[in-house]
Design a binder for this molecule. Structure first.
Ligand code: BGC
Length: 260
């Protein structure tokens, strides 16, 4: 297998997705396979499912990139907002590497989507500060400064004083569905987050990702006028897989150059 083809995996609360990615073009070169996340989603059972997914691809490459919905520092999970608490402190890289017999490199799921958008999508060539927000079950975030990722920003966990809640419990896509909010009502909540991020970071661009980015045309009119551009993410469902594969390639190259 060519070494620009890398298996990208995206672990989520309901599904674990994978595809082979050409890291030079950011394109998927296989079909995308999705397996239900086992419930309860304990580390061992999730790792077994990842191994099943890897076997489905008969993947012969050495490295795998994996997006994971938690703070990830040096491969270790440091939070558990929408996943089982037993993940906190687990070395996810080590666990998945042992189960799959591959070198697995792990980063936060929103960060991996951001890496893809920065290289091939809507954030490409954006200098200054740009932010991707992933609007799904939770709210994930990826912050870039002159194209460089600042990992684990977790803007979905910003506390809204007036609402007495963190923003993901107030404005995620899950909350929109649960509370049956109209786009106008929902975007008025998202506007609060955008305004706040605008005040702190003076970004050039904030991109909105997650499945709901497909509907951007329908809610764009409710987004306030800010000093920065607000755009839908470009790579939709694939961003997480593509970014994870790219991250694995980059991290491995850094490790190799450190060894030499
Ligand atoms: C988690 C983040 C994650 C986001 C999207 C949040 O609840 O804290 O780490 O990126 O959900 O999955």
């Amino acid at each position: 297998m060519k070494n620009n083809i890398v298996l990208g995996i995206d672990i989520g609360g309901s599904g674990i997705k994978g595809a082979l990615v050409d890291v030079k073009t950011g394109k998927l070169v296989s079909k995308r396979i999705r397996i239900e996340t086992p419930q309860p989603a304990y580390p061992d059972s999730v790792a077994d499912t990842v191994d099943i997914l890897v076997k489905e691809f008969a993947y012969e490459g050495a490295i795998i990139g994996c997006g994971f919905p938690a703070i990830i520092a040096d491969g270790v999970a440091r939070s558990a907002a929408n996943i089982d608490d037993s993940w906190v402190g687990v070395d996810v890289e080590e666990l998945l590497s042992q189960k799959t017999n591959k070198e697995v490199y792990v980063l936060n799921d929103a960060d991996s989507a951001g890496v893809a958008e920065m290289n091939f999508g809507v954030m490409k060539n954006i200098m200054g500060v740009s932010i991707l927000l992933t609007l799904g079950t939770g709210i994930g975030s990826a912050l870039f400064v002159n194209g460089q990722l600042v990992p684990n920003t977790e803007f979905g966990h910003l506390y809204l004083k007036e609402q007495k809640r963190i923003v993901e419990k107030y404005a995620s896509n899950l909350i929109r569905k649960r509370k049956e909010l109209s786009y106008e009502e929902w975007i008025s909540r998202i506007n609060k987050l955008l305004k706040h991020l605008g005040n702190i970071f003076s970004p050039s661009l904030i991109a909105l990702g997650g499945g709901i980015s497909k509907k951007f045309d329908e809610y764009e009119k409710h987004i306030k006028d800010f000093d920065f551009v607000v755009k839908p993410a470009a790579l939709l469902n694939h961003a997480g897989l593509v970014g994870a594969a790219m991250y694995a390639t980059k991290k491995r190259n850094i490790l190799i150059s450190q060894d030499n």
